[in-house]
Design a protein around this ligand. Structure first.
Ligand SMILES: [Zn+2]
Length: 178
């Protein structure tokens, strides 16, 4: 069987993962994530990460996949960027690869689905808590409860962003078997 090229090995890596690896701060807005663009310098996020794992900067118009992002951020060639990204991804032995790919895709979709549901829930929880905080007088029990609710939801969001793909899948499976 033919060996996968270094670019093929990077194909499944979401741009967001490369962004995180480079220390970009990702901010949720709606169902997507955004980051400030270090390529043109700014204070409000212009880079959008989509569901397909790609990125686009509305400020400077650049975009593409994880390889393009790393290449742009580090000022290195796409090949150098692809090599760096692929290094973090061990390649399974060829005979297992085909059988595993179908299964891996399914598992990944499940983990992604779980993640986005959890994310939306926690975002909604944050919003609701903030609406309650705005409606109640600071210092009252109701206000403090809303404050605690928001803190819990923010902690949840924070925890979610720290999960790597494997941990996401574990969490998704754990929830399904409950
Ligand atoms: Zn930009």
């Amino acid at each position: 069987m033919k060996e996968l090229s270094v670019f093929e090995r990077c194909r499944g890596i979401p741009a967001m993962e490369a962004a995180r690896g480079e220390g970009l701060e990702l901010k949720p807005r709606g169902s997507r994530h955004w980051a400030n663009c270090p390529l043109h310098g700014e204070k409000t996020p212009s880079i959008m990460f989509d569901e397909k794992g790609r990125w686009h900067c509305f400020g400077c118009g650049r975009g593409g996949d994880a390889v393009a992002l790393l290449s742009a951020l580090r000022g290195i060639t796409p090949l150098q960027a692809a090599r760096l990204l692929a290094e973090g991804r061990p390649v399974p032995p060829p005979d297992l690869r085909a059988a595993q790919r179908g299964r891996a895709l399914k598992l990944r979709a499940r983990a992604d689905q779980w993640y986005s549901t959890q994310w939306d829930l926690a975002c909604r929880e944050t919003r609701e808590a903030e609406e309650m905080m705005a409606a109640f007088v600071p210092g009252t029990t109701a206000f403090c409860q809303a404050l605690a609710r928001r803190a819990a939801a923010e902690l949840r969001l924070d925890t979610l962003t720290r999960l790597d793909p494997k941990e996401r899948l574990q969490a998704a499976m754990a929830q399904e078997t409950q």
